[in-house]
Design a protein. Structure first.
Length: 384
């Protein structure tokens, strides 16, 4: 079981008034309300208002309209749960029906994406089981089946509600795409394929630029912005890692702060024609895993064999080779907007060291804070 608890500090009237409607809170900034002062010392017995046990899950709770919403995996049940923010009382629990459950990473969960709510709708995502929309009383409004997804680690990206639309990223070994859905009825508005992207677990950022409202996605080797209206790609920055778990953070300065470090890089892999000429033992014009030289491409062969025929053709091999060539650990700041490749024109600085693998950054007090696996907290000057 995991424990959900709400801690109230001092006289937190504004804390109760401030909603936390999505993954990482308002605008995805992971920034608490500014007029609440935390205590110098935290005493759980003194400051804890309530504590309740809830089933396991990796999703974060959200707080909207005096209610706490979260998802959980209880035995074989996928659940969306509503609690009273005042008392911790369970208001409703709804089970997502499913025929089968997808695979997840050994330290993962089938309840990883965080709920999004606009005060009228509660949107929960359970990987290939699909997207569920409830009203705040727990009545199901609609359900959109998903997948099955080609990803042995499962799905983790959280849905976002942007006006009257839901935006959902699904990056997997095949079939990667960005989806925009009408929040009123679950009908698709647009879907943009992302064939260059492999498995990833980031949640998009919503930004405003001279182009209008943009959905910015951190994925395999690239940060890409899409037009909210039609899903068309607007601009991109090269130089992310291969497997992105981190979500970009939008600063109050209008800049976007990005950090990613996962999946490794291999900038000098030989071209397909060279490998085929040297190692295609069965002369079928493709490369089986045993024919590949020792490399990350060979080690992660199953992730890149898109058609699952046991071999890599030239398109499969070169797409993966490109990702490994571009991928690198980096933290950087970019000014949203522009068109096409803006790596040189709109990136203010890049920091290749002290980059977290999983945790998303937080911007506060002129510093970018990143937490690395192993328990190391690092601050980086946000200006330079």
């Amino acid at each position: 079981m995991r424990i959900a608890c709400l801690l109230l500090f001092g006289t937190p009237i504004s804390l109760l008034a401030a909603d936390w409607p999505q993954f990482r809170g308002p605008d995805g900034r992971a920034e608490a309300v500014e007029d609440v002062r935390l205590p110098d010392e935290l005493d759980l017995e003194q400051h804890r208002r309530w504590k309740v046990a809830v089933p396991k899950g990796h999703s974060s709770p959200v707080v909207v309209g005096g209610r706490v919403f979260l998802t959980a995996f209880d035995g074989e049940r996928l659940e969306t749960i509503a609690l009273s923010a005042e008392t911790g009382e369970t208001l409703w629990r709804k089970t997502a029906p499913h025929e089968r459950l997808e695979r997840v990473h050994r330290v993962g969960s089938r309840a990883t994406p965080t709920v999004a709510s606009d005060g009228s709708n509660v949107v929960a995502m359970f990987g290939s089981v699909g997207l569920f929309c409830y009203d705040t009383a727990g009545e199901l409004r609609w359900h959109v089946p998903m997948g099955p997804f080609d990803n042995s680690f499962g799905a983790a990206s959280s849905p976002l509600i942007v006006g009257n639309r839901i935006v959902l990223l699904q990056d997997h070994d095949t079939g990667s795409h960005l989806l925009c859905i009408d929040v009123a009825n679950g009908k698709p508005i647009w879907r943009t394929e992302r064939p260059e992207a492999k498995r990833g677990f980031s949640t998009p950022a919503v930004v405003q630029s001279e182009n209008g409202t943009e959905i910015v996605v951190a994925g395999s080797g690239r940060l890409t912005a899409y037009d909210l209206e039609n899903g068309q790609p607007m601009w991109f920055v090269r130089g992310l890692c291969r497997v992105v778990s981190n979500t970009p953070v939008l600063g109050r300065d209008g800049l976007l702060y990005v950090a990613s470090n996962g999946g490794g890089s291999a900038p000098n892999e030989p071209a397909f024609a060279e490998v085929v000429a040297d190692r295609d033992a069965n002369t079928n014009g493709k490369l089986e895993q045993k024919e590949l030289p020792g490399s990350p491409i060979k080690s992660f062969f199953g992730q890149f064999d898109a058609d699952k025929d046991g071999s890599l053709d030239e398109a499969e091999y070169e797409s993966v080779r490109t990702i490994f060539a571009e991928a690198k650990p980096s933290a950087f700041v970019v000014r949203p907007g522009g068109e096409g490749d803006v790596t040189e024109s709109r990136v203010a600085w890049t920091q290749p060291r002290a980059v977290p693998r999983n945790a998303s950054p937080v911007l506060a007090g002129g510093a970018l804070f990143v937490a690395r696996d192993g328990g190391i907290l690092i601050s980086v000057d946000a200006e330079n």
